[in-house]
Design a binder for this molecule. Structure first.
Ligand code: ASP
Length: 341
């Protein structure tokens, strides 16, 4: 049987940096020489190829152009490789993993995002373990059929569904969490895949890459005392088509008349408003309390237990389609890539 072939896609971030011996400054290293810098990779039971962004970026500069570039690399190499590992800065990795999960329709191969808190050249780096295990997970197969067939994120011994993750720590090696969905694999003495939590859909159609993302969206986090001018300013943003409201608890918001009236007027004019909880775990249940019942009445869409990152990704993706407000609400409230329960 042929060995699995894995494509490493280097986009930037701390993982690919080394310290200049003289100046101590962190700089991106030449990814084509990856195998020479990390000889352990030769021990893996798979063939590895690498491709790098011409100009690797800090992931704080991530945007739709780079998402398209990643999706294009996967599309062009889809038949040649059995799996993909995307090396990415951790800061916006959850956004990218969420967006790619929507862009890659009918995905039947692993796309594993990983990165690190310390550069690969650092003595105490977490990069090697993250990289090596991500490659091993991407290589897992059953008679040539990949075991993981979704966009996921590996960090510090855990593989998560990508669109369920959020970055929770800027200091600890355990930088990510998936508060509303179990880990799909774990790395201990053995690699343990939690098969019951993997996506198992089978597709009759080939991979389709959806690139029409619309970034005319916003996120408004509620806080006690939020002012009318602030909410008005956000709702009057030129070109705004979708707004995520980070509400309290199970989807609650102030019942002050000015607030509800402003939201209703915006919805009536065609704005899609999504209710997402600002709690890290649990989700929105509109109508549980009176403070959310009227949001439902005026046409606010429930984000259920989606993360803000995945909600932003799903908004950009759905806005790329020309669909009616009813269809928009229907598709937003329905899990499309396992991003909500
Ligand atoms: N600022 C870096 C980035 O997201 C941090 C990291 O790589 O973890 O690109």
């Amino acid at each position: 049987m042929k060995k699995p072939k894995i494509l490493l896609i280097y986009t930037g971030g701390t993982i690919g940096m080394v310290k200049d011996a003289d100046t101590g400054v962190l700089e991106a290293f030449d990814f084509n020489s990856l195998l020479t810098r990390i000889p352990e990779l030769k021990l893996l039971d798979c063939d590895i190829d690498t491709v790098s962004f011409d100009q690797p970026i800090d992931s704080s500069n991530m945007n739709t152009k780079y998402w398209e570039a990643m999706a294009e690399i996967i599309k062009v190499n889809y038949d040649t490789f059995s799996g993909f590992v995307v090396l990415h800065g951790s800061d916006t990795m959850s956004y990218s993993a969420s967006v790619l999960s929507f862009m890659l329709e009918n995905l039947e191969k692993p796309v594993i995002f990983t990165g690190s808190q310390l550069p690969i050249g650092d003595l105490r780096t977490d990069a090697k373990e993250n990289l090596i295990t991500s490659i091993q997970l991407a290589s897992l197969h059953n008679d040539g059929i990949p075991i993981i067939k979704e966009v996921s994120l590996y960090f510090e011994y855990k593989l998560y569904r990508g669109n369920r993750t959020t970055k929770i720590n800027a200091e600890h090696f355990e930088a990510f969490d998936s508060p509303n969905y179990p880990t799909i694999a774990e790395s201990g003495v053995h690699l343990k895949v939690n098969h019951e939590f993997l996506r198992k859909e089978e597709f009759t159609e080939r991979l389709i890459v959806r690139t029409q993302l619309d970034t005319n969206i916003g996120v408004l986090k509620l806080f006690p005392g939020i002012s009318k001018p602030l909410v008005e300013a956000v709702l009057n943003t030129k070109g705004l088509k979708g707004l995520i409201i980070e509400s309290y608890g199970s989807g609650n918001a102030t019942t002050e008349k000015w607030f509800i009236d402003l939201l209703k007027a915006a919805i009536d004019k065609g704005l899609h408003i999504i209710n997402v909880t600002q709690c890290s775990g649990g989700g929105v249940i509109m109508g549980k309390y009176a403070t959310s019942a009227q949001l439902r009445r005026i046409g606010v869409i429930s984000g259920k237990d989606i993360t803000t990152e995945a909600a932003a990704a799903k908004l950009m993706y759905l806005l790329g389609y020309n669909i009616s407000p009813e269809e928009f609400q229907f598709y937003f409230e329905k899990p499309l890539r396992g991003e909500m329960t």
